[in-house]
Design a protein around this ligand. Structure first.
Ligand code: ZN
Ligand code: ZN
Length: 257
């Protein structure tokens, strides 16, 4: 999924006080790998075919089921992204014995050091592995799941990608780049976290606004602080409630349908 290079323009003031458009480095192109794009699409196609071939009309997807899919996928994605971010921002993970976690923690914490470097790279592409793993797990379990469950897994990938792109364009907005209308108006209408909201996360003491979607971060942060900012609590959630394990739990406990 290519999003394209945005105009490399920013409004600057001349000494005479006139507004001029000054050239500067363009924003990096945001794109998603072919596998990370294909797996959620395959999941959606499977869900639609499965639904169309369901004989019992009462089991077919209807408006109520689609609202459930939208709400459930959004709530989980909001929770997962908050927890992922809060966990990877912890300094303890810089020494993690798991190289993937250590690597991600370094990326997250380097982003705090030089936030504008984000604009030079493919931020969306950094999500490829987790998107592929989430949709891949759902495909592996697909023979046992309903169309609704498949759509929830696919939408978690979509919300995650939207959140990642909004993070990128939020920083671009802070740096006074022009950003696509979806993110600009999404932020202005309160549908997506604003550039200012996220800027507060990058302001000392860096202990707030770990969210990438507008959801329940205030509740999560209240609980987190009530536990004394427990690293153990975050670690347990990260290793048991990530999208791969979460789907496995649902399958093992027989509640995934
Ligand atoms: Zn952070
Ligand atoms: Zn940031």
């Amino acid at each position: 999924m290519g999003v394209g290079i945005q105009p490399a323009r920013a409004v600057e003031m001349t000494t005479a006080g006139e507004k001029v458009l000054q050239k500067r480095q363009p924003l990096a192109k945001q794109s998603m790998g072919i596998v990370a794009m294909a797996l959620p699409v395959a999941l959606c196609v499977w869900a639609v075919v499965q639904d169309l071939t369901t004989i019992n009309q009462e089991e077919r997807l209807n408006l109520k089921a689609l609202i459930y899919v939208l709400v459930a996928s959004y709530v989980y994605a909001d929770y997962w992204l908050w927890m992922l971010h809060c966990f990877l921002d912890r300094e303890e993970n810089m020494q993690s014995r798991f190289q993937n976690v250590k690597h991600l923690a370094i990326i997250f914490q380097q982003h705090h050091d030089v936030a504008s470097d984000l604009l030079k790279g493919n931020h969306l592409g950094e999500l490829d592995e987790i998107v592929s793993a989430t949709a891949g797990t759902a495909l592996l379990l697909g023979a046992y799941t309903s169309p609704s469950t498949k759509l929830i897994s696919a939408l978690i990938c979509v919300w995650g990608s939207l959140a990642g792109l909004n993070h990128f364009y939020g920083h671009a907005r802070t740096a006074r780049y022009e950003i696509p209308a979806l993110y600009k108006y999404g932020q202005d209408f309160g549908l997506l976290p604003t550039a200012l909201h996220h800027k507060n996360h990058h302001t000392a003491p860096f202990e707030m606004n770990w969210n990438f979607l507008n959801g329940f971060h205030k509740l999560y942060e209240a609980i987190y602080f009530a536990t004394g900012s427990s690293y153990t609590g975050l670690m347990c959630m990260f290793y048991t409630c990530n999208p791969i394990c979460f789907q496995m739990w649902g399958f093992a406990l027989g509640i995934l349908a």
